[in-house]
Design a protein around this ligand. Structure first.
Ligand code: ATP
Length: 216
């Protein structure tokens, strides 16, 4: 169990805070707006009404003891930057922050923020992906143009032989097949796919695109 702080409890910050609690972590949530603090106070370890641009406040909250701090303030760029500066001064090693614009992103990069998140853009990419390839239920980008993709078999691929599907993109590696509770890491090439089967595959974007043409 670790301790985290989330500064800014709008829908983005509040979701991070409650998810961390559900993963059994201690979470201090801070927001200058009483309404947001009250609505989350019984769901996280400690919810505080405070102005995160005030270094003394952050100091008093013992934020230094946190493993990581998420700055989830987007609209007020000045507040976001000041808050990050104070966190740096307090010696916080791991700071993640939300950015609203390119300029905001650049400033946060220069301040040494470890990870900069663009929630709307990231979500937009995901929504476009799932509209475009309805069978892709999740994906994760790795380094060097590699992706891990979770495919949920729908009606159009029902009865398809696994090796017949995969011969469209031989470069793709299948990491696992899941049917109900059964997970197989070594897949019989003659396996007949059923609706609801899950395949987790790994590969580069181009061969994945070729394969995904079969998902429509
Ligand atoms: P979301 O998209 O997460 O709902 P939002 O875009 O509506 O957020 P933001 O401007 O990103 O709003 O701010 C997120 C939260 O940060 C708000 O709840 C706001 O009250 C809080 N906040 C803004 N400035 C400060 C500050 N100086 N100190 C503490 N909290 C702040």
């Amino acid at each position: 169990m670790a301790q985290f702080a989330v500064i800014g409890l709008g829908s983005f910050g509040a979701t991070i805070a409650t998810q961390l609690v559900s993963l059994n972590h201690d979470v201090i949530g801070i927001d200058s707006n009483k309404k947001f603090v009250e609505s989350i106070s019984d769901q996280i370890t400690h919810a505080v009404i405070a102005d995160a641009t005030d270094e003394h406040v952050l100091n008093e909250l013992n934020i230094q003891n946190c493993e990581a701090v998420v700055v989830a303030i987007g609209e007020d760029i000045e507040a976001s930057i000041l808050c990050v500066l104070h966190l740096k001064n307090l010696g916080i090693k791991k700071i993640w922050a939300k950015a609203k614009s390119k300029a905001h992103h650049m400033i946060l990069t220069h301040l040494g923020v470890n990870k900069i998140i663009h929630p709307e853009e990231d979500m937009g990419v995901r929504v476009a992906q799932s509209l475009s390839y309805p069978m892709v239920s999740r994906y994760m980008g790795l380094e060097d143009n590699h992706f891990i993709v979770k495919i949920e078999i729908k009606d159009s691929l029902k009865g398809e032989r696994f090796n017949h599907l995969m011969e469209h993109a031989p470069e793709i590696k299948t990491l696992l097949h899941k049917r109900g509770k059964d997970v197989l890491f070594s897949i019989d090439p003659n396996l007949i796919l059923q609706v609801g089967d899950i395949l987790v595959v790994e590969g580069e974007l181009e061969p994945l695109r070729k394969l995904s043409a079969r998902f429509k």
